[in-house]
Design a protein around this ligand. Sequence first.
Ligand SMILES: [Zn+2]
Ligand SMILES: [Zn+2]
Length: 120
Amino acid sequence: MQDKSDPDALVFRCDFCRSPWSEDLAMVEGHRGSIICGRCLSVAYAELVHLMSGRPAQPGDTCVLCLEEQRADPHWESPGYPGVLACKRCVKQSAGVLHKDRDIAWSKPAAPEDAPGTPG
Ligand SMILES: [Zn+2]
Ligand SMILES: [Zn+2]
């Protein structure tokens, strides 16, 4: 999101933890200026992809990144801001974008070593 409280300084903040953009914090933009930072993305990715946990989809749940209502896949909900959701598709897509960007020191979180059935 864009912080419009100070018109002279356009501050971009992660929608999920409200951290302001900074040089050492990777961020991915979603639709309509929504943003997820690398830190949140790591947690979301680990939860949704590796642990297959997350919040089960409920009617009316809308991902802030794609603005679509997801009914099948679970969402990752911001720990600090209830109701701020990211769908699995966006998390995977954003992780792919950051992972490929050589200018950004971010890589997909590794699968937990003791997790069964997750080779490679
Ligand atoms: Zn964040
Ligand atoms: Zn989404």
